[in-house]
Write a protein of this length. Structure first.
Length: 368
């Protein structure tokens, strides 16, 4: 996460005027003319396409995307989910997606490094909201106006519209149903200080977002005292990767996980695995955001894929036990009473929260 802290000083450029002019120009063009109105990869070409709101938007996007033929997509989403989304888009439109997938920090670092080197290769990026907000601050994304944004819950769409949350990742507490009885389940975080939890607790190595919200809710001083006591008394096994931690819960190696996404529990549970979850208050959540590069070399294909993700794509995510940000899934999401991370506020003090998390949790119990 150190790479993010180095970019926080960057200001936000005022490109609204340029975008507005470009969008008006685009509206007056025929698809073939618009395709050549600006050099591929230029900010003007990339900005015009996603801002177009005419009734023929989809048809223009399809025609332009077929001429481009491909797009490049950087993502931190799980490989299985990414492959399904890409395959669905390719089958529907015949547009090839070049996918590069890695951890959220690597996605962020690659996008920034390439941009600073003048390599305009990426068209679209999907990563958690704090990483997407960091790209916004680096001026690497552009505003998008999609008709599907009207279907999103408010927290999913920041005012600048340079990224939008597609999926809601809710942190819950997962447990192995063969190792932990219902009678022993905690009702609060304080219950985990009981000696019976010694050697049974696990946590994900990059759960700083969750940690930040908990300390904001508990109060920093009280929250730090709690976590120091928890680690000292009962220990917390740290695992790199939420999927890995889920597997450890299923196997019983980690009977109880402090941080787990709902969809991983539901996916494993659907396969008959001995895993379930509960929600301790506050229940923390963040969105996975989607944004289009400010210098996307394939703006038509990128915008078409953006619209696809917020329509067909969200339906696919829901079928795979994921929680989407579409209003039709809002009632299901609200049952968990999530407190969503404010990515801008988190970024303002990211170094601090990362250091506190590393010192309190990682520094004493790191186990890869």
């Amino acid at each position: 996460m150190q790479a993010i802290s180095k970019i926080l000083g960057a200001g936000i450029a005022g490109i609204a005027g340029i975008v507005a002019i470009a969008a008006l120009a685009f509206a007056a063009m025929q698809p073939a003319q618009a395709q050549t109105a600006a050099p591929a990869g230029s900010a003007a070409a990339a900005a015009a396409v996603p801002m177009y709101e005419g009734a023929d938007r989809t048809q223009r996007l399809i025609e332009g995307a077929k001429k481009e033929g491909t797009l490049t997509f950087y993502t931190s989403m799980a490989a299985k989910d990414t492959a399904e989304l890409a395959a669905g888009f390719e089958k529907k439109y015949g547009i090839k997606i070049q996918v590069w997938r890695s951890g959220k920090q690597n996605v962020l670092q690659r996008a920034i490094t390439e941009a600073r080197a003048g390599r305009n290769e990426v068209d679209m990026i999907l990563a958690p909201s704090p990483e997407m907000e960091a790209l916004h601050r680096e001026k690497l994304l552009q505003p998008v106006r999609s008709p599907f944004q009207a279907d999103l819950i408010p927290v999913a769409l920041p005012a600048h519209r340079e990224w939008a949350g597609m999926r809601a990742n809710v942190y819950v507490q997962a447990y192995n149903t063969q190792k932990v009885s219902r009678d022993d389940l905690p009702r609060s975080y304080e219950d985990l200080l009981d000696p019976k939890w010694k050697g049974k607790l696990g946590i994900e190595a990059k759960a700083q977002n969750w940690f930040y919200v908990l300390l904001q809710t508990m109060g920093e001083e009280k929250g730090m005292a709690y976590f120091r006591e928890l680690v000292a008394k009962n220990g917390v096994s740290v695992r790199s990767g939420m999927s890995l931690l889920a597997n450890m819960v299923v196997s019983g190696e980690v009977p109880f996980a402090l941080t787990m996404y709902t969809y991983l529990v539901d996916q494993n549970n659907a396969k008959g695995a001995p895993i379930a979850y509960l929600t301790l208050s506050p229940t923390v959540a963040h969105t996975d955001g989607v944004g289009i590069s400010r210098t996307a070399p394939h703006p038509y294909a990128a915008t078409l894929f953006y619209d696809y993700l917020f329509s067909d794509g969200q339906i696919m995510i829901a079928k795979g036990h994921g929680l989407t940000t579409n209003k039709r899934d809002e009632a299901t999401l609200n049952k968990l009473h999530p407190t969503f991370i404010d990515p801008a506020m988190l970024l303002d003090n990211l170094d601090k929260w990362t250091q506190l998390y590393n010192d309190t949790i990682m520094g004493r119990t790191a186990k890869q």
